[in-house]
Structures are given as C-alpha cells and as structure tokens.
Design a protein around this ligand. Structure first.
Ligand code: BT5
Length: 330
C-alpha cells in the first residue's frame, strides 16, 4: 500500500468541505481502480479517520484522528510562511533541540517542529517542562526575522498575544498573560513560551520559539510537582479541545503578529499585550538570579522590559525574572 497516495486521498477528501467524493471520481483522479481506492479508505480508517461511505455519493471524512501530523495541520492552514514546512515526530527529547539542529542546517523561516510527547521538555534556565503524551501542543517555530538581536525578547510577548488570540478563537476562554512568558487561566499556568536565539556577528540567524500549551490534560495527567500550579484548556472549559484547530489558529496569529512587529514595531502589539496582562497595575514580586524586588508593575517599555516601582519611588527595569503576584499565591 502506497502511504503517500493514502494521505493524498485523505487530503482530497478533507478539502471537499464535507461533500462526499465518489469512488469513481477518486479512481479517475488518482489513476487507480475503485478497489484500490477502497483499500486506501480502509487504511485511513485504521489510522483513526472516521469515514462515512454514502451510497451512490461516495466517501466523506467525518472526523480526523487526534494527532498533530502535518496532513491534519496543513489542510485548512491559513498561513503563507509559518507551518508550510512541518517536522513531526511522535516522540522526542525536546522540540527545541530538533529546531536548533534544523535551523543550523538551513531550515527556512516558518519551519515548525511538532511532537506528541517530550522526554526532556525544557523551560527557561533548564527547568523541566512536563509534556504529557497527546494531551498538549509541544512545538517549536523557527523564524528568521531581519531584526537586531535586541529586538528578540519582544518575540516572547508577541507570541503570548498570538496564543491568547488563538485560545480565544478556538474556545470560549479568556486567558491572561503574566510577564514575560506565561499564559494563565484562573491564575494557573496553561502555556509557557521559551524564546532562544541563534546569532552571530551579522545578527540574528534564527529565533527558536518554543510553545508548550496544555490542552486536554486532567489534573492527574500532570507531574505531581506542577499539579497545583498548572491547568489545561480542558480543565478550565470543561470541554475537549481540537488540537489541530488550535495549532492552525496559533500559527495564523503568529504569522500575523510577528509580521506586524517586524513591519511596524511593538506599538500596537504593546497595547494588545497590556490589555491581556495580569501583571500591569498590580503589586508583584520579581525574583531574579541574585535578588528579589517587590513593587507595582507599572508597564512595559517598547523593548518589552518590565517597569517596576518599588516603595521608595524608584523605577526599575526588569529584563528577566519570575513574577509572583505579591498579594496572592499565583
Ligand atoms: C516556560 O519556562 O514556561 C517555557 C516552557 C516552554 C515549553 C516548550 S514545549 C515545546 C518546546 N520544547 C521544549 O523543550 N520547550 C518548549 P519557565 O518560565 O522556566 O517555566 C518552567 C516552570 O513551569 C517549571 O519549573 C514548572 O514549575 C512549570 N511547569 C512545568 N511543566 C508545566 C506544564 N506542563 N504546565 C504548567 N506549568 C509547568
């Protein structure tokens, strides 16, 4: 059985917008017999596709399997660059490692790495990222923007806005952003972002934007260490979320907002970011490598730096920290 033909048939059926396509038509288009088409349809059913066979009308895909394979993501994807090339592996140590490797080998701008589970998913400062199998979106996006290295940190903020917009589009939830790289639902973390850089004397060679998005986990799917601080879209909404649609939406907003940032700067995006922020205007505690500061988070600069005013009236620029709300446990 030629698996490429099987997948092409799936793509053809998915692109018919819910209309049945007859076995004869498929046979003509693919230059094979109707029996061969029927065998490919059986193969797809074994892969988890639910296919309706309508008498005299033909075949129609009712549901696709719950995987992040490129076929399902790319059919109906509304982007021009991001996700046109997808590297999918069922399991890996970390999508960041694969993306770094691909970027070094010259992978084009917009290449996406997707996996179902990570054995060594990582956060900032080599922290562990819990990546339950088939329950989340574990992905890295390679971007090659023509911008100066000091413009890299804002990509984390732009990514946060893109993810919030995608979650809003696919669910009824209203997530909040905690500076710099967390997305929260009901005060618990549902998404973490990790932006890494490959640069040389000529500037940025590649940005590797890692996104860990908890989608369909139940509380017990999380490692015990994070069960109290983590949440998923399903836990917050009570509904199972289609991961393919979510990825398509994230990629769409990533393309829209990263392009907006590159072309027009951070101005408009900063306003959007602030509207989603749970940090700005609140008393916070900023834990940095060697010290901690407490004060009111007054805003962010055009460079994405958090402005924190301490009780002595001084304004501090915070480039990187872990933020806690000073009067709560989140
Ligand atoms: C982050 O770091 O939040 C960035 C996470 C990025 C993960 C993605 S997944 C795809 C790509 N491949 C990778 O290997 N990584 C990226 P940070 O702000 O340092 O937060 C890490 C902390 O979040 C941990 O120390 C835990 O406390 C908590 N944590 C770990 N797993 C979690 C999860 N699934 N949900 C919520 N919180 C989690």
């Amino acid at each position: 059985m030629n698996i490429t033909v099987t997948l092409k048939i799936a793509k053809r059926l998915l692109e018919s917008n819910g209309e049945a396509v007859s076995g004869q038509q498929l046979a003509d288009e693919f230059g094979i017999s109707r029996t061969a088409i029927w065998k490919h349809i059986k193969e797809l059913e074994e892969k988890g596709y639910d296919i309706e066979s309508v008498k005299r009308k033909g075949y129609r895909i009712v549901t696709t399997p719950d995987t992040l394979e490129p076929l399902g993501i790319q059919t109906g994807l509304k982007t021009k660059r991001i996700g046109q090339k997808i590297e999918y592996v069922e399991s890996c140590a970390s999508t960041q490692i694969i993306a770094h490797q691909l970027a070094q080998e010259g992978a084009p701008d917009g290449t996406v790495v997707l996996t179902e589970t990570q054995t060594a998913g990582r956060g900032r400062m080599a922290r562990k990222w819990d990546s339950a199998a088939k329950k989340g979106v574990w992905m890295s996006i390679i971007l090659r923007p023509n911008v100066a290295p000091q413009k890299a940190p804002q990509f984390t903020l732009v990514t946060a806005v893109a993810i919030v917009r995608a979650i809003e589009e696919v669910t009824k939830l209203q997530p909040k952003i905690k500076w710099p790289n967390d997305i929260l639902l009901n005060g618990k973390k549902c998404t973490g972002i990790l932006t890494e850089l490959q640069s040389d004397a000529d500037g940025i060679q590649a940005l590797i934007i890692g996104i860990g998005l908890n989608v369909n986990q139940e509380k017990e799917d999380f490692d015990p260490e994070v069960q109290e601080i983590a949440t998923s879209l399903k836990m917050a909404s009570g509904e199972t979320v289609n991961r393919q649609k979510l990825v398509q939406s994230v990629l769409f907003y990533m393309e829209l907002y990263t392009q907006m940032y590159i072309d027009e700067g951070f101005g408009m995006l900063k306003i959007l970011w602030e509207s989603y922020s749970t940090t700005i205007g609140h008393p916070v505690r900023a834990r940095m490598a060697n010290h901690t500061l407490e004060g009111i988070a007054e805003g962010i600069t055009d460079e994405g730096v958090l402005q924190l005013r301490t009780p002595d009236g001084k304004l501090h620029g915070i480039y990187s920290a872990d933020i806690e709300m000073a009067n709560s446990t989140s």
